[in-house]
Write a protein that binds this ligand. Sequence first.
Ligand code: CA
Length: 326
Amino acid sequence: MTAESLTALLMALTMPLFAQPSKPVVIAHRGASGYLPEHTLESKAMAHAMGADLLEQDIVLTKDDVPVVMHDIHLETICDVAQRFPERKRADGHYYALDFTLAEIKQLHAHERLNPNTGQAVFPNRFPLGRSSFAIPTLEEELQLIQGMNRSTGRVAGIYPEIKQPGWHRKEGHDISRIVLPILRRYGYATKADQCWLQCFEWDEVQRIRNELSWEGNLLLLLDSRKKDEASLAEVAQVADGIGPALSAIVTGKSKADRKVTALVKNAHAAKLLVHPYTLRTDELPKFASSTDDLLDVLFREAGVDGLFTDFPDVVVRWLAAHGMR
Ligand code: CA
């Protein structure tokens, strides 16, 4: 018997002992934000209907310590705060959610993300600015919406909460993680078996969440491509279950012809970390991809990522289904 056939035989014998590699997950980035204003309940309902596995929540605190779902710690890019409360901006020109009570934030009208300098939509072909009516939801309102849809449709979508800028929140006197974690637990998200991934960009806080705050659920460290990593993958794996790098950390190159898949996914898998990169936007493709299909192909079939944050969950669901990965 040759070494090759012996290896093949051993693999065939031992295969059933290992679980099937799990299929990649589709993470609705700020909801189906390619179609409806980000982080509105409407965008989450659409993402759920599109079959996303996990729906993302970015979380910041109000002045009265209520977690609300919005991407930035300030408000002016996603709602009419500058018109409604013009005198409430800080010296740096920003309107911070932390300076407004929940009752005040509930008076604001949310809209598609805009560039506050130009007043124009960041993504011009998405949901039109100034149309219809949207609000900024609390974390609890959103969890109730998702769990309600899980029940009414019979299809369970999980959640993917991100603790936004915990260091900044603490400097301002608000311990955001200590407020958010009990809410997640109260809604049934506490262990790795629960459909919840908690994410954060700050390595100190990820360690604190696992150790000091005793989080037993899935935990992901987001990697900022503009900063040097503070910990090795082996160190990260002591605490977290996965990493969330930018697409540019997975594939490099200025065109399809000169692109290269980096060693990051392979190294992360060797360290027993899953890899969920951000963000697939069909209206803002990286230069190394010639099309959306090409990007999905290099990410899932060449690099082997375990999931993907996307503004367009339907596109990724469809592609995975067409390629036998769903
Ligand atoms: Ca996020």
